[in-house]
Design a binder for this molecule. Structure first.
Ligand code: CA
Length: 222
């Protein structure tokens, strides 16, 4: 069931969207601030985001720009202003669609369906195959020779595509106690993992670095 994040500060509008989307079988989360949406998407990636342009903190445009630094999630703008400029700007900064208020919630739901159909299933066909029993991971059909820590690290990343893990969260996943050198510890495992992945696909970068935040697995780059 695709999950839709609605970012809209007017409760009445959010309610009509939630009703229409749930009626079509979508899961929904409603937030009213751009910053909240960014934090949410990093932790629990939605399949599509409906983004109001006029938000109380940062604008929908700014939210979209910041989203595009770490995710290709489809974005549909909601706007109170009907202007060609908005449409062009919206599409230029990476939105997938655009509706002007007042809109028909059923039409929005239909457009959401169309976008999701166009972009395909949210979990992109992965280049990785995990064999938990044998603690073995294949990348592009080739088995990786991983240490126990590298296996756990990569497995954690693969389980939640596009989620940005902090170094501490990754240490937890690997099962290593955090100590003073923990950041370098994770970084060196990541470095070693990347060189193993590059030996199979030199042009791909499935593990993405997020400066000051941590790492994520990006199926689109694998
Ligand atoms: Ca608004």
């Amino acid at each position: 069931m695709p999950h839709i994040l609605i970012v809209e500060d007017e409760a009445a509008i959010a309610d009509t969207l939630i009703f229409a989307l749930q009626g079509e079988g979508f899961g929904t989360t409603w937030l009213s601030l751009g910053q909240e949406a960014l934090a949410y998407q990093r932790q629990t990636p939605a399949d599509l985001i409906i983004l109001d342009i006029g938000l109380p903190d940062i604008s929908g445009f700014e939210t979209c720009k910041q989203l595009r630094r770490f995710t290709e999630v489809p974005v549909m703008f909601l706007s109170a202003r009907d202007g060609e400029i908005d449409r062009v700007v919206g599409l230029e900064i990476g939105a997938d669609d655009y509706v002007v208020k007042p809109f028909s919630p059923r039409e929005v739901a239909a457009r959401v369906k169309a976008i999701l159909k166009r972009v395909g299933p949210s979990v992109a066909p992965t280049s990785f195959q995990v064999d938990l029993e044998r603690m073995q991971i294949q990348y592009r059909g080739q088995p990786l020779s991983l240490t126990r820590h590298e296996f756990r690290l990569l497995h954690s990343l693969l389980e939640q595509p596009e989620r940005v893990f902090s170094r501490e969260q990754l240490l937890d996943a690997v099962g290593v106690a955090a100590d003073a050198g923990y950041e370098r510890n994770i970084d060196s495992h990541i470095k070693s993992l990347r060189s193993k992945l590059r030996s199979i696909a030199a042009d791909a970068e499935p593990i993405q670095t997020h400066r000051g935040l941590g790492y994520s697995y990006s199926p689109g780059h694998s």
